[in-house]
Design a protein around this ligand. Structure first.
Ligand SMILES: [Fe+2]
Ligand SMILES: [Fe+2]
Length: 478
């Protein structure tokens, strides 16, 4: 018998049913302003499922929340149909849910409203309430679980002979609090102890990240982290739970946490499946040697949709915010009306209309800048070799900026500390740090976590300063 067990993980599928919208401006603009593909979300999910079905070695698939985009029932029903594709092929499917999966009650902080997009606007649609999620998805998790925490909807499943997985559902509404309440946390602690007593490995999966994927998150958007992240981190370190799989931030990111007491674990945050560069994780646990291997795989083509000569990523990159800016900015210089028309929904078109002269001036300047401009700004040009100077002068800053932008969600940006781009941009950020400190610019100071700086924060986006790869890792579970 094989002592290896594996499962696929998808997160943030943000599924939108074909019955939840018609072609028209309202939904087109809604998608343009986002950073994930919505119209093609069913086809993208099918493409991932096709890949999973082609792998006969792996019989388990997990989904860690934001399964649908807007809490509407129509999308939930269609999403469940997709799960049935997996189930009827013999796969075990485990699901947790998150804030996009239900609608607020008007007196809470969840602002999602189920709607259907018409040609001219939106109309209300039947919505999922938080209390309805457990029953709706009971078959896909709790019904097969070793233990269920009913209040939060969390549960434990066996994914291998010696491997258990805690599928942790958030209490609270994911805004001011998104972790487990005390009762749920005590249940989780007991489950970890039980796994340990039986000699099983325990893995965690939860929607919100436990470690900030970027320095920027540590302070500026701390509320986006798992509600009890400090407590959960301590538990993981103390009980040697080495891995937690997370989503929510839509960022491919693997980071290690080390506690002061010597414990450690890894937060494996996975990119939204419906990002242009969306991926799923394949996790293989070698139970005999205690090794958890994480790999990542994307889709090359979109099932049932013709992308012409383009890959799925190239087709999807540019339909909304991240790629749209890169695609549209040159139009600001050649055809301003077209620039405004295609930017609607993604860019502040009213302001851009008002300040046409200023915008065109700024865009022109931006395209003229080179990496050498940043080096000059950072007063570091003297430290560059003649060859580096030449390279910096010939490399448009726009190219570097768009490369960094394109790597925000998929991770693994290419500018390691030895590159001219890193040297120049880090020096510029350090100069900015000095200016912010000298003039006490509190709006910027408030974003910087203790012991960090703008230059430090920038590194997250320039290269993989974490575990070397956001796509792969091998973790020793012992
Ligand atoms: Fe999400
Ligand atoms: Fe989320």
């Amino acid at each position: 018998m094989s002592n290896k067990t594996s499962f696929y993980l998808l997160t943030d599928t943000h599924f939108v049913s074909k019955n939840a919208w018609v072609e028209g401006k309202p939904f087109t603009l809604r998608e343009r302003g986002d950073q994930i593909a919505l119209k093609l979300s069913p086809e993208i999910l099918d493409s991932f499922i096709d890949k999973i079905l082609a792998d006969s070695e792996t019989d388990t698939v997990i989904f860690t929340g934001d399964n649908v985009n807007n809490g509407d029932m129509v999308s939930h029903y269609d999403f469940r149909e997709k799960l049935e594709r997996l189930v009827s092929a013999g796969k075990k499917v485990y699901v947790t849910t998150a804030t996009h999966d239900y609608c607020g009650m008007d007196d809470d902080e969840n602002f999602f409203k189920a709607c259907r997009y018409t040609e001219t606007g939106t109309e209300p649609a039947e919505c999922m309430r938080k209390a309805g999620l457990f029953d709706f998805y009971e078959k896909y998790g709790p019904a097969q679980a070793l233990s269920v925490h009913r209040e939060s909807g969390s549960y434990i499943v066996r994914v291998g002979e010696k491997t258990r997985l805690a599928m942790i559902n958030d209490n609270g509404n994911g805004r001011s609090h998104c972790g487990l309440f005390e009762d749920g946390f005590n249940w989780l602690r007991e489950q970890v102890a039980d796994a340990k007593a039986n000699g099983d490995y325990m893995l965690f999966a939860v929607h919100h990240p436990v470690i900030a994927p970027w320095e920027l998150y540590r302070k500026a958007v701390e509320f986006e982290l798992y509600g009890g992240y400090k407590e959960l981190s301590e538990l993981m370190c103390a009980e040697k739970v080495r891995t937690v799989f997370t989503g929510h931030v839509h960022v491919q990111n693997i980071r290690e946490y080390e506690s002061e007491n010597g414990g450690y674990f890894y937060d494996i945050a996975t990119i939204a499946a419906v990002n242009a560069a969306g991926k799923m994780r394949k996790v293989t646990v070698d139970e005999e040697n205690g090794i958890c291997k994480v790999e990542s795989t994307g889709i090359e083509k979109i099932s049932g949709f013709d992308t012409g000569d383009l890959s799925a990523r190239d087709y999807l990159y540019g339909i909304n915010l991240p790629g749209l800016v890169e695609k549209l900015l040159p139009l600001a210089l050649t055809d301003y009306d077209k620039f405004l028309e295609l930017g609607e929904g993604a860019l502040p078109v009213d302001k851009l209309k008002k300040h046409k002269f200023l915008v065109r001036f700024a865009v022109k300047k931006f395209y003229k800048m080179t990496v050498y401009t940043a080096a000059k700004l950072g007063k570091t040009k003297k430290k560059l070799t003649a060859e580096q100077k030449e390279y910096a002068k010939n490399t448009p800053l726009s190219k570097t900026a768009f490369t960094i932008f394109a790597h925000i969600f998929p991770g693994d940006a290419p500018y390691t500390p030895d590159t001219v781009e890193n040297i120049a941009l880090t020096a510029a950020a350090k100069r900015l740090d000095r200016l912010v400190s000298r003039f006490k610019i509190s709006a910027v100071q408030n974003l910087i976590p203790e012991g960090s700086s703008l230059a430090d924060m920038l590194q997250d986006f320039l290269y993989n300063n974490r575990t070397g790869s956001d796509d792969e890792i091998e973790i020793n579970l012992n």
